[in-house]
Design a binder for this molecule. Structure first.
Ligand SMILES: Nc1nc2c(c(=O)[nH]1)N[C@H]1C(S)=C(S)[C@@H](COP(=O)(O)O)O[C@H]1N2
Ligand SMILES: [Mo]
Length: 201
């Protein structure tokens, strides 16, 4: 519901698409990185899923692109307050990767980690059911390096810090294990609709 699209930058407190405490960033797409943007070529990128799975597997750029294309079109919400409406990411659904490694029944959580060392934890249920993607396109063009290119995780129904840039892999666990921000006071799950910003929220 983007009825006030023309008034970018104004708080849209009545917009049902805006979670509590968020504002519309309009056409801006802020860059939030704890690290220096890595110089990571597609040829050097890989994505691995291991931990509590039947068959750990690593995909290179070509193998990942051979999986069925899928994407997300909708909104994203950063815990610092900005939301961005109607973004478009292209890549592959995490369901495809997970189907190939076959998670063990005991797997309940995952740690997503980046080629840079960044990490973030998620319940496995938030990564399945067509709600999470490994993406390499934004608006139909290659994802920019500062936004996580060549490839990033996108889990748009949670605060955007869960969407690890320069994604390198997922380790499936039978317990929750805090990642980078979660170990620094941020919420374990980060549901923007419940304003789960900090641990204790
Ligand atoms: N590797 C890595 N991924 C990351 C971050 C980071 O610092 N490093 N920041 C997170 C945060 S806090 C947000 S809001 C989004 C920002 O993505 P953007 O810079 O493309 O807007 O990336 C998330 N993924
Ligand atoms: Mo963020």
């Amino acid at each position: 519901m983007h009825v006030t699209r023309g008034f970018t930058g104004r708080p849209r407190v009545l917009d049902p698409g805006l979670p509590p405490g968020q504002y519309d960033a309009g056409d801006d797409w802020p860059v939030l990185s704890a690290e220096v943007t890595p110089d990571l070529a597609p040829a050097d990128w890989s994505f691995r899923v291991d931990g509590l799975v039947a068959e750990p597997h690593t995909w290179d750029w070509e193998a990942a692109h051979a999986l069925p294309a899928s994407g997300y079109e909708g909104d994203i919400h950063c815990v610092t307050g900005w939301s961005k409406f109607g973004v478009r990411f292209g890549g592959v659904s995490l369901d495809c990767f997970l189907a190939l490694v076959r998670p063990h029944v005991s797997a309940t959580h995952a740690v997503a980690y980046s080629h840079t060392g960044y990490s973030t934890n998620l319940p496995l249920a938030d990564l399945t059911g067509g709600r999470a993607w490994i993406t390499w396109e934004y608006d139909g063009t290659p994802l920019a390096p500062e936004h996580g290119g060549p490839a990033r995780l996108v889990v748009p129904h949670l605060y955007f810090w869960k969407s690890a840039k320069w994604i390198a892999g997922l380790t499936l666990l039978d317990h929750d294990e805090p990642g980078f921000w979660e170990g620094n006071g941020y919420h374990a799950r980060g549901n923007p609709w419940e304003e789960q910003r900090y641990s204790g929220d």
